[in-house]
Design a protein around this ligand. Structure first.
Ligand SMILES: Nc1nc2c(c(=O)[nH]1)N[C@H]1C(S)=C(S)[C@@H](COP(=O)(O)O)O[C@H]1N2
Ligand SMILES: [Mo]
Length: 226
């Protein structure tokens, strides 16, 4: 008799555990009864086909970096009147956002066309006010990677620092929180995981790949060893 009661209790307990776990796996039901779904990337924009965020080859110098949004800081430093540190939300909420379809071309022979969304680096610079001897902008990343541009490239073009691609937040592997959309430049100029923007007077500064023989201008219409 005791044994039967024991078995019945054991079966009931097992059954409830199974039910509870099925319930917690399948639904993310909010208080209002709506189910939240993971946002999906878009693959077409204004009639143009887009690549997927998964079409990129992973060839980063130290592999993917996983940056925590809470502790993240973006520094604007060097030859500027107003050096400043931003949190992730401050960067996103302080500036007008822009969208643009641009293709990244890697020197390894692949490319990806993505709808990028972010802020203009020019807007960040205008707030920071570069000093008159600043002529170069150096981007630093969480993995120690760097790359640089003449300030004029940033001021004369609508260069975006992206926080979304194909309508979803940048995945960690793709550079969360920010990747530079270095239009008309080779992929190695599209720095990911940006943590610091430094204004400098060193026109000859060479970033990670540039100091290993790749062209400093990185212009797509020229060879990458020019
Ligand atoms: N911080 C950082 N940014 C980086 C790189 C890197 O190694 N570290 N690699 C660059 C290169 S060579 C290319 S082609 C693009 C490619 O982006 P993906 O690694 O998301 O494919 O990122 C660029 N940005
Ligand atoms: Mo690349």
């Amino acid at each position: 008799m005791r044994k039967r009661v024991f078995i019945a209790v054991a079966v009931a307990v097992t059954f409830s555990i199974v039910l509870i776990s099925i319930n917690s796996c399948t639904s993310d039901t909010g208080l209002d009864g709506t189910n939240e779904l993971e946002p999906q990337e878009i693959r077409e924009y204004q009639g143009e086909n887009l690549s997927s965020v998964n079409d990129f080859r992973e060839n980063s110098i130290k592999g993917p970096q996983y940056i925590d949004e809470e502790g993240y800081q973006l520094e604007i430093i060097g030859l500027v009147e107003n050096p400043r540190t931003y949190s992730y939300d401050e960067v996103i909420s302080s500036y007008q956002n822009y969208k643009k379809v641009v293709t990244l071309n890697c020197v390894e022979g692949w490319d990806a066309t993505i709808l990028w969304e972010g802020l203009l680096v020019r807007d960040l610079l205008e707030k920071a006010v570069p000093l008159s001897d600043a002529n170069t902008i150096i981007f630093h990343a969480y993995d120690g990677y760097t790359t640089s541009f003449p300030i004029d490239y940033i001021m004369d073009n609508d260069i975006i620092m992206a926080y979304k691609m194909n309508d979803i937040t940048l995945p960690s592997e793709r550079g969360f929180p920010f990747q530079l959309v270095a239009e008309s430049k080779w992929g190695y100029k599209w720095i990911k995981w940006i943590t610091r923007i430094e204004l400098s007077d060193d026109e000859d500064y060479e970033g990670f790949w540039e100091s290993r023989g790749f062209s400093n201008s990185g212009d797509l219409d020229k060879g990458f060893f020019d």
